[in-house]
Design a binder for this molecule. Structure first.
Ligand code: PLP
Length: 459
């Protein structure tokens, strides 16, 4: 059965899941680094197994996997004994003192939850906490969103942004006729893996222009313009990671018109709502433009950054449909995706979010704390820019203040990054991305010295 034929008969779920698991298995095989001199089967049979031996493990053939390129930065940082070391690789907010931050409003919400003796630890439903889902949809689409009022949105609680993307990918692989997803170049390093292993095939569209350190808008329009009708397009809702480059509202409008005219399906990744501008509504604007036209879209939401709930793994996945009836059926199928994956999501993080979002006073406190985080990041941009100017560092560094969100895509190359790590103990991903949230007024001069030296000595 061709993929097209399969997609034309959505009831044959068995056939669907076979073909998407086939795709996943072949993708997995591609991901595994098997030495060229031996197939995995050879190495299994070459290693004799014994029920009691320790040296001849049945897993002896397993090769050492490389560190994750982003999380590996922290592994290397942790091993460095230097007192001046600086970790700008991690995508997590740090205070001016370089410490992780638990928001005061989160502490308050948790206290309230602990004090409530009626709370129990029962399983949540497959799609999570109903109130959390409702409030998350309102947060991203706006309380007055016609799609919500018309019950055209289905929202399910997922394991943060990553889990939401993965559930979305698997749903699309099973139920959508076009299995190609276009992702921007560059993008968050986990995107291609999540989508490939979720059963989609990944293609790219141009996004960043290294010459201007800004958006390659023309390239983006050309690539989306030549994508096949119906293809899925991954869009960063705001604070694009890793570049910090977002389209303007006028550019978003052009993207929307192009995508709608070609029937491309938008899949928004919203990992930074409120973190880019400090304003929750402003950072959801791109998504709301697509919802306002009455068309369909998918949205993965994360509370990792904007509520500082990184380790609680709390997020939401929404599909905006054309009718309430479709939304209901879509939700029933999302349950079938989630149930064999992790059964149902954890309760604590979602309860914190629901406690904050339902209470006007706590919600207001959250917006103030969120704006303070965004403002500190913006002030770090200005301090770094000023420090480089003061040093007369060659080059135009205005992109540091033009880019938005947690990251600056510095334009430093991998040799310069390696130099800064070796000589200045500054850690970042090899593409030159630095987390502005990891900087402080105290550490800006150290970073500026390092960039200055890297640029002047390493060309
Ligand atoms: C663009 C983007 N999407 C999704 C995520 C997923 O984050 P999490 O799974 O922690 O919510 C991140 C995290 O860095 C991100 O930058």
């Amino acid at each position: 059965m061709s993929p097209q034929e399969e997609s034309d008969c959505p009831r044959f779920d068995q056939a669907h899941s076979f073909s998407s698991s086939d795709r996943r298995i072949s993708a997995l095989v591609r991901h595994l680094t098997v030495p060229t001199h031996a197939s995995p089967m050879d190495s299994i049979s070459a290693a004799p197994t014994s029920a009691f031996g320790t040296a001849d493990s049945v897993f002896a053939h397993v090769v050492q996997a490389p560190e994750d390129p982003i999380l590996g930065v922290t592994v290397a940082y942790n091993k460095d004994p230097s007192p001046n070391k600086l970790n700008l690789g991690v995508g997590a907010y740090r205070t001016e003192e370089g410490k992780p931050l638990v928001l005061n409003v989160v502490r308050r919400a948790e206290q309230q939850l602990v004090n409530d003796r009626s709370r129990v630890k029962e399983y949540l439903p497959i799609i999570g906490l109903a109130e959390f889902n409702k409030l998350s949809a309102k947060l991203i689409f706006g309380a007055e969103s016609p799609a919500i009022l018309e019950n055209r949105v289905t929202t399910v609680q997922c394991l943060s942004g990553t889990g939401s993307l993965r559930v979305g990918a698997e749903f699309l692989a099973r139920h959508y006729h076009e299995r190609t997803i276009y992702i921007p170049v560059p993008t968050w390093g986990n995107h291609p893996k999540v989508f490939t292993l979720g059963g989609l095939s990944v293609k790219t569209y141009r996004y960043y222009d290294p010459a201007t350190r800004g958006l390659n808008f023309q390239g983006l329009l050309e690539d989306l313009g030549s994508a096949p009708s119906g293809a899925i397009v991954l869009l960063h809702a705001c604070a694009h990671n890793p570049t910090g480059v977002d389209p303007t509202l006028e550019q978003w409008e052009q993207i929307r018109q192009l995508m709608r005219s070609k029937g491309l399906l938008p899949f928004f990744d919203s990992a930074y709502q409120g973190f880019a501008s400090g304003r929750l509504d402003a950072d959801a604007q791109s998504i709301r433009m697509f919802v306002a036209d009455g068309g369909e879209c998918l949205v993965a939401q994360s509370y990792a950054k904007n509520m500082g709930l990184y380790g609680e793994r709390v997020g939401a996945f929404s599909i905006v449909c054309k009718s309430a009836d479709v939304a209901r059926r879509v939700e029933s199928q999302l349950k079938l995706v989630i149930r064999p994956m992790y059964s149902n999501p954890p309760i604590h993080g979602a309860s914190i979010v629901a406690t904050i979002l339902r209470d006007r006073d706590m919600y207001n406190e959250w917006t103030v704390e969120l704006k303070a985080m965004a403002d500190r990041i913006i002030s770090m941009r200005h301090e770094l820019f000023d420090a480089l100017r003061a040093r007369g560092t060659p080059g135009d560094w205005s992109h540091i203040i033009k880019q938005i969100g947690m990251f600056t895509f510095t334009g430093l190359n991998s040799e310069q990054v390696a130099f800064m790590t070796k000589e200045y103990h500054i850690y970042m991903t090899s593409d030159g991305r630095i987390s502005m949230a990891g900087l402080s007024s105290r550490t800006v001069p150290h970073l500026a010295d390092a960039i200055h030296a890297a640029v002047t000595r390493m060309g």
